[in-house]
Design a protein around this ligand. Structure first.
Ligand code: AMP
Ligand code: MG
Length: 300
């Protein structure tokens, strides 16, 4: 995590670090005393205000994306070994056994309680970083900071512009290479990428298995996309949507973008197309034109 900001008291950096650690201790499923770890162990908790808020947002996105974003997938994420790094390809029977335990409709949220059915487990990893970036952004703005760039491991949040007034330059990772495949000019926005390349393993069959799962199959989502970058005002929404649209694939992503709006996209396909939505056409520069072809999506 890298936080860069200008023109603020030095103590602010410590405050932001403490706030990030506090949110991690509430959200992280792998910390035994976090809200989500306790929920997964006990089936019901009195959630911290942030947990309640995050769960509500995750459920709203689940409804909006027809369950492509599903924080109840955790039993399967664990089974594949993505939590521990002890990767394995589960038997089809095992996946069939676990799928009924991933029904997000069975999450119950009220003012004072968050509950799940026995055997279920939640993992807010698909949007918790974006949510955290939003909290940090609010803190920075309250402190009067007008120029900042936050990088929470691939989740970028640009506050204002660079100190010289020009937009921040954000590199979009080449999912198949080491560097970036393009540069995006960004000001006052979140830029969040989900990609198979972030966490994956190669099975004994030579196939690559990555950490974003299709809730319908319980296996890594193969939708023809290598990465999805969402550019939009709210970090949590950009984060959740980048995961969901990766699952949905280019055609459904296009439909969602046209019908819902409020954000822009950079999609990288297996066929080496880089698709950007209209609003980014003037703000995106392809740096690997020999490998990738640029295509622009319009609203109609
Ligand atoms: P992200 O890096 O934001 O795309 O989030 C991916 C992480 O969210 C994975 O490492 C899993 O822990 C979890 N996850 C995987 N597939 C899904 C999904 N379809 N919906 C919600 N969370 C998921
Ligand atoms: Mg995400």
């Amino acid at each position: 995590m890298t936080l860069r900001f200008y023109g603020s008291p030095e103590t602010l950096a410590e405050d932001l670090k403490a706030e990030t650690e506090r949110l991690e201790s509430v959200f992280s499923v792998t910390r035994p005393d976090s809200d989500f770890a306790r929920l997964n162990a006990d089936g019901r908790i009195a959630p911290a205000p942030e947990t309640r808020d995050l769960a509500e947002k995750a459920l709203a996105l689940a409804r909006e994306t027809d369950g492509a974003l599903n924080i109840a997938l955790y039993p399967l994420v664990k089974e594949w070994g993505f939590t521990t790094g002890q990767y394995q390809i589960p038997e089809p029977d095992r996946i069939r056994e676990l799928l009924p335990l991933t029904d997000w409709h069975r999450i119950t949220l009220s003012d004072s309680s968050l509950a799940i059915d026995p055997g279920m487990a939640l993992d807010p990893g698909s949007l918790a970083k974006g949510y955290t970036a939003d909290v940090l952004t609010a803190r920075l703005k309250e402190a009067g900071v007008t120029c900042a760039l936050l990088d929470l491991g691939g989740n970028i949040q640009a506050i204002g512009t660079r100190p010289d007034g020009t937009p921040w330059q954000v590199g979009i990772r080449d999912p198949e290479g080491e560097g970036h495949l393009g540069i995006l000019s960004a000001a006052d926005t979140a830029v969040v990428t989900s990609g198979g390349y972030e966490r994956y393993f190669t099975g004994p069959d030579g196939q690559v298995y990555w950490h974003i799962l299709d809730p319908l199959t319980g296996a890594p989502a193969r939708s023809g996309l290598l990465s999805v970058t969402v550019v939009g005002p709210a970090g949590w929404r950009a984060d959740g949507l980048s995961t969901a649209l990766f699952v949905m694939g280019a055609d459904k992503a296009l439909t969602h973008w046209r019908e819902t709006g409020g954000y822009e996209l950079v999609l990288v396909t297996e066929d080496h197309e880089v698709i950007v939505t209209e609003g980014l056409a003037d703000r995106f520069t392809l740096s690997e034109p020999d490998t990738y072809t640029l295509k622009v999506w319009k609203h109609d």
